[in-house]
Design a protein around this ligand. Structure first.
Ligand SMILES: *Cc1c(COP(=O)(O)O)cnc(C)c1O
Length: 226
């Protein structure tokens, strides 16, 4: 197992140096630790090193870890595909969901979010790479979905998320993130109060920071290969 605390520090250093290199305000990019397939002990190690926000992709796996880590004040983010029959545990147990990509799912989350909890923080997942990915709303359908979600009770629309097709070329990475940023700016220009661009992973976080990411989602670079 890799030294989680040291790896976490190295990722924080990458983020800080990208902020500096691309003229971003220091501390303007947050880190979400992505823990799909990782045992609870890995989350415990990252928590002990100061990490508080964790991202999970699969509902049943996440529920198991929540049970094992009840003693820790973790902020749980759901980042995987949302099946419409699995919305209830997401609405009840998570603080954030990054991967809402259709109205039906948004409406169910709004109905199922318990009134005693703060609003569920929502990002809309956008398919910026075209055919290659099946999840994510098409860019052309994003504005209508965003207007609907903003009007739903117990949800707070925070921003956009994307997982572009993987590739090593820095300029191509930037291009995909730029298209997400432009969609984000378009919605803000319409008056939607968005403040979160959830983009960038282990292999492309610098390109994402260059294009305005406010939150990078990193697994492999912290916990080793899956
Ligand atoms: C797995 C995953 C990540 C983290 O990817 P790494 O390459 O391991 O950093 C980020 N976002 C989503 C949606 C993921 O599924």
């Amino acid at each position: 197992m890799q030294d989680v605390a040291a790896a976490l520090q190295a990722v924080q250093a990458r983020i800080r140096s990208a902020e500096e290199r691309f003229g971003r305000a220091p501390g303007s990019v947050a880190l979400l630790a992505v823990t799909k397939t990782r045992p609870p002990e890995d989350l415990r190690a990252a928590f002990a090193a100061g990490q508080r926000a964790f991202g999970e992709n699969y509902v049943s796996e996440a529920l198991g870890k929540m049970g094992a880590l009840e003693d820790l004040a973790i902020e749980w983010h759901f980042i995987g595909p949302v099946q419409s029959n699995k919305t209830r545990p997401i609405a009840e147990r998570f603080a954030w969901v990054h991967s809402v990509d259709r109205e039906k799912v948004a409406r169910r989350l709004a109905e199922q979010r318990p009134a005693g909890l703060p609003p569920l923080q929502v990002c809309l997942e956008v398919n910026v790479s075209g055919e290659e990915s099946k999840s994510g709303v098409a860019p052309g359908e994003l504005p209508a979905l965003a207007r609907t979600v903003v009007g739903l009770p117990r949800l707070r629309l925070r921003g956009l998320m994307a997982v572009p097709a993987p590739g090593e070329d820095f300029e191509l990475q930037r291009q995909a993130f730029r298209s997400l940023r432009e969609l984000f700016e378009g919605l803000r220009a319409e008056g939607l109060p968005l403040d979160t661009l959830s983009m960038g992973m282990s292999g492309d976080l610098e390109a994402a920071v260059a294009e305005g990411s406010t939150l990078v989602r990193v697994g492999t670079a912290i916990f080793g290969p899956r």
